[in-house]
Design a protein around this ligand. Structure first.
Ligand code: NAG
Ligand code: NAG
Ligand code: NAG
Ligand code: NAG
Length: 374
């Protein structure tokens, strides 16, 4: 009988000690990650406050043990603290503060302290790691022979040890080829294949890869990698498209009396679109016929063949219009008929003038000769 009571008593004692151990503990996540430039909320909670205990003050210390914010629960007028943080209203015995814009300097361990009356202060610690994400300036297009630039941004340059640009080679399997790299306080290093053509900006936050002159073979996707310590590699992929602009030409020949066959030829990348403009006239003989042929250098040749009555060319201008994605407006090539007329007039005028000068000379010569003879 006595034994049973003793056992009961012991059990009770043990559970009471357990409860009192749990009492007044502060629960806070040990590790959290915040993205640089974004707001972030830190929180901790006082669990199992003892009966009769009351929280008189809550304090947050930053990684340098300086007061970040301090307040008496439920009394807004008592909040004091640093500019870059604010108190977030939170229920009961929990506390939340928000860092308005996380920066590299915010990394470290934060302590939240609940001053509890009468049992004393309780504290919890949360360690914050600041991470960054890579953003890029979007896919780009460039004209062959000109300059192409691709750019990436990483918000946490303090942690970057190397920036590396790599090119994705056509798979499978997908492989990456180094193009150019940059390390702080070092010279950018360009791989042999890109020597004299690839350059990288000397920045650990904003990295810009430039290729000049850019070639059709450079088309593809590139990754910008920011090698950080201790968070590892952060990267993003951006793609480059290369255009070759058309330089259209028109040629024509007479296939049968009164019928002319005209060709408008455009070599470009990607393929051009060719249309004919016959000054609103309906005297073409049938629709133009287009032939499309891919060439070895990555360009495409488009020939548009139009058959017209030669009579038409005397009074209207026939133009070939070449449209290409890389051009702001279409290139127009005239079939030279009107210019041809102008040329004829020019030649005639020149000839007449020449003859006039010649006869004048002849006259003068005759006059002089006569005088001399006299
Ligand atoms: C902050 O205080 C804690 C003890 O409260 C101590 O362990 C830590 O080293 C201190 N940190 C700095 C940066 O002073
Ligand atoms: C960039 O181009 C690649 C391949 O052409 C495509 O998969 C990707 O969605 C493009 N990205 C953007 C942001 O347009
Ligand atoms: C036009 O192009 C075709 C091939 O598409 C060719 O057979 C023809 O001889 C060309 N005509 C002229 C006038 O250049
Ligand atoms: C163009 O000519 C065709 C016949 O050659 C005729 O059917 C069509 O109506 C004409 N269109 C116009 C706009 O004159």
């Amino acid at each position: 009988m006595l034994d049973v009571t003793l056992v009961r008593c012991l059990q009770l004692c043990v559970s009471v000690t357990l409860v009192s151990r749990l009492e007044g503990r502060v629960s806070a996540p040990a590790r959290v990650e915040a993205v640089v430039g974004k707001p972030f909320t830190l929180s901790c909670t006082l669990v199992k406050k003892g009966t009769g205990d009351s929280v008189t003050q809550v304090r947050w210390l930053d990684p340098k043990n300086q007061t970040l914010i301090a307040y008496q629960p439920g009394r807004k007028d008592t909040v004091s603290g640093q500019q870059h943080v604010e108190l977030v209203s939170s229920p009961g015995d929990s506390s939340q503060i928000s860092i308005k814009r996380v920066s590299y300097r915010d990394e470290g361990c934060y302590t939240c302290t609940f001053d509890v009356y009468p049992s004393g202060a309780r504290e919890g610690t949360t360690c914050l790691t600041v991470t960054g994400v890579v953003t890029h300036g979007g896919n780009k297009t460039a004209v062959s022979g000109k300059m192409a630039t691709l750019n990436c941004h990483f918000g946490l340059p303090e942690k970057v040890q190397q920036v590396l640009w790599r090119r994705r080679l056509a798979g499978p399997p997908v492989e990456w080829q180094d193009v150019v790299s940059f390390v702080p306080e070092g010279e950018p290093e360009t791989k042999e294949e890109y020597q004299d053509r690839a350059t990288v900006s000397s920045s650990l936050a904003d990295s810009e890869l430039s290729l000049r002159p850019v070639r059709v073979e450079d088309e593809g996707c590139y990754s910008c990698e920011f090698h950080t310590y201790p968070d590892g590699t952060k990267s993003s992929t951006v793609c480059l498209t290369i255009y070759v602009l058309p330089k259209p030409q028109v040629s024509y020949k007479t296939t049968s009396p009164g019928v002319i066959e005209a060709n408008c030829t455009a070599i470009s990348r990607p393929a051009s679109e060719i249309v004919w403009n016959v000054e609103g006239n309906n005297r073409t003989m049938g629709a133009p016929v287009n032939s499309v042929q891919p060439l070895d250098d990555g360009t495409t040749q488009v020939i548009s063949t139009l058959v017209v009555q030669s009579g038409l060319l005397k009074d209207v201008s026939v133009k070939c219009l070449v449209h290409h994605k890389g051009l702001e407006s279409a290139i127009a090539v005239s079939m030279n008929t009107k210019i041809g007329t102008a040329l004829t007039i020019l030649i005639s005028v020149t000839t007449v003038a020449f003859l006039l000068v010649l006869s004048l000379c002849f006259c003068l010569w005759k006059c002089f000769l006569r005088k001399e003879v006299d």
